[in-house]
Design a binder for this molecule. Structure first.
Ligand SMILES: [Zn+2]
Length: 264
């Protein structure tokens, strides 16, 4: 990370993605933060037993990277959306916008979701100054949280064909083994979720399902990272490391208000 005067400064490691002019978007890696032990080092989850001061320091680094205050929600595997209000933490010490799995933001405010195998989705309508970060696990796919987020953005004035989405790192269809009945239930709603593990057992391909849902919702362009969190140790993975405890990485996005000045 480079500051506005060109100095190298400590910052989070982020896989940046392009969602259009004026949009800063990316998926954080597990490196570039201050957390220790099983949470090392860029853990962004306050709910996984890490030192809250370390998590807040990590969130501040992410805020600096994205160039706007980032709103975080208490993710509950539902389909509710919430708007980022630009206040990451109020005077009462609140760290969350409330229960929701999609955080939406207008220009100058940021949105973030925490994951460790579930699918992080970033959305932006650059021309309309609207962005969203969505957490879509199996339940979120079944409930249609991605479509709910798109509908809320459209309700706020975004045109679907101008929306761009990026499906971030998540457990892949070859790694996400589930009972056969569960695969059948999810695939009945979203056929693209049907998958088989390397071992030939029933599985779900959530990134493919989410990409199909985004296309069905009319999103103009959908890109995918195609990185599996279980296989790629740069990311936290609950399935790989959850037994001993692990952290959460994030998808973060913000549209910079015209005339704003930020580092990097
Ligand atoms: Zn995999």
């Amino acid at each position: 990370m480079t500051s506005s005067d060109g100095r190298h400064v400590q910052g989070p490691d982020v896989l940046a993605v392009d969602l259009g002019p004026g949009v800063r978007a990316g998926f954080t890696l597990r490196t570039g933060g201050v957390s220790r032990g099983v949470h090392a080092s860029l853990n962004l989850g306050l709910h996984v037993g890490d030192d809250p001061d370390a998590v807040r320091a990590n969130r501040a680094r992410v805020r600096d990277w994205v160039g706007a205050p980032v709103g975080w929600a208490n993710q509950v595997h539902g389909r509710s959306v919430v708007w980022s209000d630009g206040a990451e933490r109020d005077a009462a010490g609140r760290d969350s916008l409330g229960d929701a799995d999609a955080v939406l933001a207008r220009s100058g405010h940021g949105a973030g979701v925490m994951v460790a195998d579930c699918v992080p989705v970033l959305l932006a309508a650059a021309g309309d100054g609207l962005v969203a970060a969505v957490h879509a696990g199996r339940r979120g796919v079944e409930l249609g949280v991605v479509a709910a987020a798109v509908a809320a953005l459209v309700g706020a004035g975004a045109r679907p064909e101008r929306l761009r989405a990026h499906v971030g790192p998540a457990v892949c269809g070859r790694c996400y083994e589930v009972p056969e009945q569960m695969r059948d239930e999810v695939a009945a709603r979203v056929p693209q979720a049907w998958a088989v593990t390397r071992q030939g057992t029933p599985a779900l391909d959530l990134p493919a399902a989410v990409a199909a849902q985004l296309a069905a919702a009319g999103v103009g362009r959908v890109d995918r990272t195609d990185v599996c969190t279980v296989e790629d140790a740069r990311f936290y993975s609950h399935r790989r490391d959850g037994a001993s405890g692990t952290g959460r990485f994030a998808g973060v996005v913000a549209h910079r208000a015209p005339g704003s000045r930020t580092a990097g």
